[in-house]
Design a binder for this molecule. Structure first.
Ligand code: BES
Ligand code: ZN
Length: 604
């Protein structure tokens, strides 16, 4: 697959980030001292951001990103109030905040408060938590929502260090992507320090009734007391996962590694906030089978947090590398046959997203390097950067050999530590440090087809699939009329079950659904991944026995990847539309603001 994309052979010296309105190449932030109070009654964060800045090019102003912030005042380091200008909002990007500075200006303080459309913030009522007694707040800043809870230069290529003072209602704990407390502060005032420079999308805050349990001396888990033990039991291997990651690609450079398990409304699976991964409680399956999500977020501490995509057009550098790294960790823990199941499932996902994007008339979004100019940064958030990106790296590994590839990756992380990188810079580095002089490898891999071409290249590195062969035999037997209890399903992991459920024909008869359910108890499973596919199959097969559980699931779970397919399926029939509307009317307030916007487009 060849194409003539003109960018393919250029190396861009400085990356153009289309999703920040800031002027960081002229005047940029260096350090933040944040001082905020969290007001649950008004659903507002209010306070000040004191920024140390560097005026690189004698600029007359410094520009910050904001989204729906009220700017109360700006004070310069000489004590003068600045005549700032807050522009009208621009589609997807928010409002540029212009602050006039002189060459001598070294710092300034912005007094501000958040608005009702703070897209990074989800404010939960006590009923929406596990404990039911206290409210909860968390942020989700990636991709470009940090600007909705603090004025910042919000681009992945702009790093700074920070410290923070955060005041919360007494009795609650506050945590950040920083050095964290392990006990509740009596006065509700918490101090944080992050002395490793990070981009704004890694700014994070969580506030609620939270307890802590140590796993070992550098890892631990935070969660609401009601689920703390469950979370701890699920994550007892986390220390080991960090050790494995270090053996693969070098030291973990962030000090502690803790995980915060959030209430069910959390819109995604996990977020790699430095020092403190945020994750959904839907991975608490009771058997550690979904802990690869933690491996994924941990891996981001190399691919993403250490070496960062320069712009959201280069997002595959964060996610593709992380999926590849995550699979290497999973392989080290559970073996090759196990991780091959993940590769096989993700190949199906990849085919599906390529079909979807083609149907939507967005074939260029199937490229690894994409162009999001004028669009929402989240338009790039598909399985393409994840699964096509990871497969590309697997292909390189298989072509050059694992030993060489591991040495290369380790050097890549070391030599680009705490820097941001474009796709073009990566490809140049790849060429100079791995492929140079090996025309046979270059021909086998065909970098251009993978990075700048559409769809799935013909040399996709398919993996052998011993365990799914057995699953497919059981599907065939069931189709041929075998009863569920006669199928051989001993020792099946979550992934065998997912393969089984995803590949059953649809619709099945009510008798078949009942037979499966009576034998394997899918309707009442504790495993959210299995639940999700089972409910999808139930909708397709009109298996109403599962509906009450499905409704309960949709009502409490905010994880978008589970919600979308179920609502989409319901919207295909008149009865389904009725059901979708009634479920959504009740569940909507439990979803994150961005998830609401998304589901609003499906259920209408
Ligand atoms: N960094 C992402 C989450 C993200 C990306 C949020 C872009 C907003 C914008 C995180 O590491 C991630 O990929 N999470 C996945 C986990 C999965 C691939 C194991 C998720 O939430 O489903
Ligand atoms: Zn990720």
């Amino acid at each position: 697959m060849k194409n003539n994309d003109s960018t393919s052979n250029d190396t861009i010296a400085t990356a153009v980030d289309n999703h920040t309105l800031s002027n960081a190449s002229e005047a940029r932030v260096k350090h933040l001292s944040l001082n905020i109070a969290v007001d649950f009654s008004q659903k507002k964060i209010k306070g000040s951001a004191h920024w140390q800045i560097e005026n690189l090019k004698h600029a007359k102003e410094i520009i910050f990103d904001t989204h729906d912030l009220t700017i109360d005042s700006v004070v310069l380091d000489d004590g003068r109030k600045a005549n700032f200008v807050l522009d009208k909002p621009v589609d997807f990007l928010g409002s540029a905040l212009h602050i006039p500075i002189s060459e001598k200006t070294q710092s300034l303080t912005i007094y501000y408060q958040t608005g009702n459309d703070a897209t990074a913030l989800q404010w939960l009522t006590p009923e929406q938590t596990f404990g039911k007694k206290n409210p909860f707040l968390y942020t989700q800043s990636e991709s470009i929502f940090a600007r909705s809870w603090l004025p910042c230069q919000d681009g992945p290529g702009i790093r700074y260090t920070y410290d923070a003072t955060v005041t919360v209602p007494k009795g609650l704990m506050a945590l950040m992507s920083a050095e964290n407390p392990q006990t509740v502060a009596a006065d509700g005032v918490y101090h944080f320090k992050m002395d490793i420079p990070i981009p704004a999308y890694l700014m994070a805050l969580g506030v609620g009734q939270i307890g802590f349990k140590a796993i070992d001396n550098r890892t631990g888990v935070y969660a609401e007391p009601a689920i703390l033990d469950k979370a701890y039991n699920e994550f007892t291997d986390v220390g080991k996962i960090v050790d494995i990651a270090e053996k693969l690609y070098g030291p973990y450079r962030w000090g502690r590694y803790d995980v915060l398990v959030l209430p069910s409304g959390f819109p995604i699976g996990g977020m790699e906030n430095p020092k403190l991964t945020f994750c959904t409680p839907t991975i608490l399956a009771g058997d550690k089978s979904l802990v690869n999500l933690i491996a994924h977020e941990l891996a981001h501490n190399w691919s993403g947090n250490l070496v960062t995509n320069a712009t959201w057009d280069d997002f595959w550098l964060n996610e593709g590398f992380t999926v590849y790294f995550e699979r290497r960790i999973t392989e080290a823990m559970y073996g090759k046959e196990y991780v091959d199941m993940l590769w096989a499932l993700s190949y199906e996902d990849l085919q599906k997203i390529v079909d979807d994007l083609n149907k939507k008339g967005l074939p260029d979004d199937t490229k690894l390097k994409i162009n999001l100019k004028g669009r929402s940064a989240d338009d790039g958030l598909t399985d393409i950067p994840y699964e096509k990106g990871a497969a590309f790296l697997l292909l390189i590994e298989q072509t050059v050999g694992r030993d060489k590839f591991d040495i290369f990756l380790r050097k890549y992380f070391d030599s680009h530590a705490f820097q941001s990188i474009t796709t073009e810079q990566f490809l140049k580095y790849l060429d100079e440090n791995l492929l140079n002089g090996h025309d046979d490898w270059k021909k086998t891999i065909d970098v251009n087809a993978w990075v700048y071409g559409r769809g799935i290249p013909a040399n996709y590195p398919h993996q052998p699939n011993e365990r799914f062969k057995k699953v497919n035999e059981q599907i065939a037997a069931f189709k041929a009329g075998k009863k569920a209890k006669e199928l051989s399903t001993e020792n099946w992991s979550t992934y065998e079950w997912l393969q089984f459920l995803r590949n059953l024909p649809a619709p099945l008869s009510t008798a078949q659904m009942q037979d499966l359910d009576n034998t394997f108890h899918f309707t009442h499973t504790q495993n959210s991944e299995i639940e999700d596919v089972w409910y999808l199959q139930s909708l397709k097969s009109k298996y109403e026995t599962a509906y009450p559980e499905m409704k309960a699931f949709l009502n409490v779970t905010g994880r978008q990847k589970f919600l979308e397919p179920l609502y989409q399926e319901m919207m295909k029939t008149p009865d389904g539309i009725k059901m979708a509307k009634s479920i959504y009317a009740k569940a909507r307030p439990n979803y994150h603001p961005l998830t609401q916007k998304d589901i609003d487009k499906i259920v209408k």
